[in-house]
Ligand binder design. Structure first.
Ligand code: HEC
Ligand code: HEC
Ligand code: HEC
Ligand code: HEC
Ligand code: HEC
Ligand code: HEC
Ligand code: HEC
Length: 412
């Protein structure tokens, strides 16, 4: 209860701050420097537990990407080296005081991580590395939805700064979405047990396990979870959606029944143009049974934009590539122009719109050509062809094939 009130208050406050401090409204393109940087989160929402003493579904683990482009006449270059790309999360600089994850890292993962450092060795600020796929990233940022001033904010804004020879040449702001609003408590209540004990004891009764005596329980130890690299059968996704598909009665009245477990009635992680157009989870994903379909590979077989956007000109979406990794328009990532999954701009959240406003003065897809091109080129095409990836360390680079360049760049 209390949390919901605080949350409503803080969203209001945050929305207010953006208006009061004023989003930068430089003239589009012109007046910007030589470099452009566009950031995006891989999932559009990362879900984590807050307390790990009883059980863990997912640890803190946020992955942030950025694409750096040099505005260079008609033919902008995608930059793969010769710069540093740094990130911070202003106002959200510690996590160890907000979740007990670091008390259970050894029990859950067998590693003793330094405070505020996540599973891939990255912290709440640091540098990004080139991915080999045209952009830069940092994996496993252990960010939580609690700001340093204790307000709840599932949409903290990371600040991404590009430096060349130690001098700042570009900066942007991109959301690192995170929520622990996992509402198992909507159904798993019993008078004499905690929510977690209700879940674990039911699991023990129904599947002859001894989870109550094995705390902290990591579901991944027996059930495959692709993001955590485990492959036990049934996968956690198949197990959860399959077994709960026929149990959804008690939450049928929710506007979005998937919010019984996904974040959530308060967080509203589906916050994009599709939400505004009345398109919900099941329109793209299907219902619980469809998500549990044994023929579906969890985390790999996801909706595609061209499931619905199938006009003739839109046959550009690459096959067999998740939206989060896909590129269009000469090697620019879809998410760099359109935003993260579930946050396809324009969004109803202020924070997710900040980047577009910073670069082009208005919300929505990056449709202002001069954000990247020095002058407006001819027709716009989506194309999935790759543009040239520029290695600024190597002047002979233009003579190398694209593949050679990507390979060299990724080992730098
Ligand atoms: C819409 C109601 C509802 C929600 C929400 C819900 N559950 Fe359940 N869950 C049930 C019911 C009903 C059972 C069956 C209990 C029984 O038969 O005694 C169950 C059983 C389980 C079991 C026992 C194993 C099995 O065969 O299913 C686990 C584990 C479980 N739930 C985990 C969770 C977790 C974790 C969450 C939150 C992410 C969650 N549930 C959210 C209704 C719900
Ligand atoms: C020690 C191994 C183990 C751990 C740890 C474990 N499970 Fe299970 N789970 C099982 C087994 C075994 C089954 C039965 C699988 C079957 O019937 O094919 C099962 C079944 C389930 C089912 C019902 C699947 C179905 O189709 O009926 C759910 C839901 C579930 N587990 C959720 C969880 C959650 C959530 C966690 C973490 C809190 C968890 N499990 C941790 C071993 C485990
Ligand atoms: C407009 C279509 C659309 C809607 C609406 C939508 N999703 Fe998705 N969802 C996607 C796409 C596309 C992906 C694959 C993104 C990727 O990984 O590249 C995805 C992926 C996911 C994932 C896996 C994590 C990830 O991002 O890869 C989860 C979990 C998920 N969606 C849950 C939901 C829930 C819950 C809702 C409703 C609150 C919802 N989605 C609404 C299109 C949609
Ligand atoms: C009873 C709880 C529960 C409900 C209700 C639920 N989910 Fe999930 N969902 C989970 C859990 C737990 C995971 C994490 C699995 C993992 O980590 O691999 C998950 C993961 C996912 C994923 C990513 C993995 C995959 O299979 O691709 C998608 C997509 C997804 N859910 C869609 C939905 C949609 C759509 C709905 C509503 C129709 C929904 N979920 C309702 C518990 C639930
Ligand atoms: C379930 C069908 C469905 C899926 C899947 C889907 N969309 Fe949409 N999208 C729509 C509908 C319907 C609209 C609103 C009507 C319109 O403008 O076409 C819309 C609107 C949009 C708009 C706004 C268009 C405008 O002119 O205002 C953008 C941008 C967009 N979608 C991008 C995407 C991207 C990117 C993906 C993949 C991550 C995607 N959509 C997946 C159905 C879908
Ligand atoms: C350089 C920026 C840029 C990139 C990169 C980009 N788009 Fe777009 N996209 C746009 C613009 C601008 C529009 C609107 C103008 C138009 O309709 O042609 C658009 C429109 C769309 C729409 C249509 C929405 C509608 O009106 O129905 C979809 C779907 C879409 N893009 C998906 C993608 C996908 C998928 C990728 C990656 C494979 C991608 N885009 C890459 C800029 C971009
Ligand atoms: C996010 C950055 C970005 C935005 C925004 C962008 N472009 Fe591009 N564009 C590129 C890159 C990178 C290339 C590849 C240049 C090369 O060939 O190396 C490119 C190439 C092109 C090309 C082919 C190369 C040439 O110039 O002959 C055309 C045409 C083009 N863009 C048109 C547009 C139009 C029109 C818009 C606005 C609707 C636009 N672009 C917006 C990054 C962008």
């Amino acid at each position: 209860m209390g949390i919901q009130h605080i949350f409503k208050y803080t969203t209001f406050l945050f929305a207010g701050l953006f208006i009061l401090s004023g989003c930068p409204t430089d003239p589009p393109g012109e007046g910007k420097g030589e470099y452009v940087v566009l950031g995006y989160n891989d999932l559009g929402m990362h879900c984590m537990n807050q307390d790990f003493g009883d059980m863990m579904i997912l640890p803190p683990f946020n992955t942030l990407h950025a694409q750096v482009i040099r505005r260079n006449g008609h033919e902008p270059d995608i930059i793969a080296s010769g710069i540093t790309v740094e990130y911070t999360i202003p106002g959200n600089t510690t996590s160890v005081d907000k979740t007990d994850f670091w008390d259970y890292d050894v029990a859950l993962f067998g590693v003793d991580l330094p405070d505020n450092v996540g599973l891939t060795g990255n912290g709440l600020s640091g540098t990004m590395t080139y991915t080999g796929n045209g952009d830069w990233n940092v994996t496993g940022i252990p960010v939580t939805p609690i700001m340093d001033d204790q307000t709840l904010n599932p949409y903290p804004l990371a600040e991404i700064t590009v430096k060349k020879d130690g001098v700042q040449v570009a900066q942007t702001h991109a959301v690192v979405p995170v929520s622990w609003e996992i509402s198992c408590n909507l159904c798993h209540t019993s008078p004499d047990k905690s929510v977690n004990d209700d879940i674990l004891s039911k699991h023990d009764e129904m599947h002859d396990t001894d989870l109550m005596n094995s705390k902290p329980v990591a579901c991944m130890n027996c059930h495959g979870q692709e993001p955590l690299g485990t492959h036990g059968d049934p996968s956690l996704s198949h197990a959860m959606h399959g077994s709960h598909a026929t149990r959804m009665g008690p939450v049928a009245a929710l506007q979005e029944t998937c919010y019984a477990c996904h974040p959530g009635q308060v967080t509203q992680c589906q916050r994009d143009i599709h939400y505004s157009e009345g398109i919900g989870c099941t329109d793209c994903h299907g219902d619980m049974a469809a998500v549990a379909n044994p023929a579906r590979r969890p985390w790999l077989d996801e909706p595609r934009c061209d499931d619905c956007h199938d006009r003739e000109e839109f046959e550009f979406e690459p096959q067999g590539v998740l939206y989060r990794n896909a590129k269009g328009h000469q090697g620019i990532h879809c998410a760099a122009c359109h935003g993260s999954p579930h946050a396809i701009t324009p969004t109803v959240t202020a924070a997710d719109n900040v980047q577009a406003v910073e670069w082009q003065g208005h919300v929505g897809v990056i449709d202002t050509c001069t954000v990247c091109h020095e002058s407006v080129p001819g027709g716009f095409e989506h194309h999935s062809d790759d543009g040239e990836i520029e290695d600024e360390d190597d002047e002979d680079d233009d003579k190398k094939s694209l593949l050679e360049r990507i390979l060299t760049a990724s080992v730098n």
